[in-house]
Design a protein around this ligand. Structure first.
Ligand SMILES: [Zn+2]
Length: 43
């Protein structure tokens, strides 16, 4: 995976970017949330 802020390559389970220190959002978690929102909104 890559840091969304600086683009540095990170380990898949990294919670923080080792290059810039930004908190890393995990794509899988975001997908799960999006699915949940779709379900709640009637899609
Ligand atoms: Zn970074």
């Amino acid at each position: 995976m890559f840091c969304t802020k600086c683009g540095a390559q990170l380990q898949d389970d990294a919670k923080y970017c080792t290059a810039c220190g930004a908190r890393v959002a995990h794509p899988n978690a975001a997908c799960a949330q999006a699915d949940e929102m779709k379900r709640n909104s009637g899609f």
